[in-house]
Design a protein. Structure first.
Length: 333
């Protein structure tokens, strides 16, 4: 939106847009879309099932109708097709876990002024409760399920036999790279607390014989093994530039000659002022990390060069939240 298009009405709409955010968060937290499911229900019926105040619930349901997430007819509410697909907990495309994760971040965003004044985060990653961690891991899994199949088809791993998914969480990308490449075996490298969720997810895809899990901390510990591909998805934005280079050097150290490093992240323009989501996500890193940020293509390219990679290029892929992929190759012997 250009400067000429802004007016008081649009500015106030932007200022109050968190009202819709909070309505959505509350509906997901109360599981209203799942309660309605494929059927129709009155506010009284929904309130009885969820032990809610009918008067207050009716106002929320009517707002969700105005947001075009629900449809109302003859005092009965039913889900729109997108709500059935993405907001019902039993739907394959359910994104409620990521919505709950966003809700857990709201307090730090409301206190952004503190961080802009001090330059310090106001949210500690170590303070995540079990519920917050579960929302984050499940959210990463579901969002990965939307992007990993596409990336697995677009990134050519022909002839590559081993991949390490650094900071791979539930192993979503390792899973889809292996599904797309029958010759490939993979290792998910992440914190020990992630292991149970990752092994369960890998098992659900019947890939336990091809994908293993290695406990480790890519910031503080070395990585072991020898691989053809190192995959780093959405981990560099949590660290400062020097740490990013250290992580990339660790990845390079376990790659065979001719090995491939792939960075998947939110990538800014070289002027650092767009696209919108990576720019806003950089603020999210300010609020939650000591030195994390979104990086530009030029910055990531320079990091790969410093880590000893060549033939660096950005792939055409653009994700739903404007993520991208940059790859580099280890010099062959």
């Amino acid at each position: 939106m250009t400067e000429r298009e802004w007016n008081p009405g649009l500015l106030l709409k932007l200022s109050g847009s968190y009202w819709q955010t909070c309505a959505l968060h509350t509906a997901v937290k109360l599981d209203l879309f799942t309660i309605i499911g494929q059927e129709k229900a009155t506010a009284k019926e929904i309130a009885a099932k969820a032990s809610l105040d009918e008067r207050a619930l009716t106002r929320l349901l009517d707002a969700l109708v105005a947001m075009r997430l629900l449809v109302k007819k003859n005092a009965e509410y039913h889900n729109t097709p997108p709500a059935k697909k993405f907001l019902c907990a039993d739907a394959q495309g359910y994104i409620g876990h990521m919505i709950n994760h966003h809700h857990h971040l709201m307090d730090s965003w409301a206190r952004m002024t503190e961080s802009v004044k001090t330059g310090q985060p106001n949210r500690a990653r170590a303070s995540f409760s079990d519920e917050e961690r579960e929302s984050f891991l499940m959210g990463m899994f579901v969002m990965g399920m939307h992007t990993a199949p596409v990336l697995a088809r677009e990134i050519d791993l022909t002839g590559r036999e081993s991949l390490i998914d650094i900071g791979g969480g539930p192993g979503t990308f390792a899973i889809h790279f292996c599904l797309e490449n029958p010759q490939l075996k993979a290792t998910v490298y992440d914190l020990p607390a992630t292991r149970p969720f990752a092994e369960k997810t890998i098992g659900n895809f019947n890939l336990a014989d091809r994908i293993g899990f290695m406990d480790g901390d890519y910031v503080d510990k070395p990585i072991e093994g020898a691989y053809d591909v190192a995959w780093l998805s959405h981990i560099l934005h949590g660290e400062g530039p020097d740490t990013c280079i250290d992580i990339l050097k660790k990845a390079v150290a376990v790659l065979k000659p001719g090995g491939l490093v792939c960075i998947h992240d939110f990538i800014l323009k070289d002027t650092m002022d767009g696209p919108l989501f990576p720019a806003l996500f950089s603020i999210n890193m300010l609020l939650g990390t000591a030195s994390g940020q979104s990086y530009s293509q030029a910055q990531l390219t320079a990091m790969l060069e410093q880590a000893g990679l060549e033939k660096i290029k950005r792939l055409p892929y653009v994700g739903p939240t404007e993520s991208g992929v940059i790859v580099g190759t280890i010099r062959p012997e």
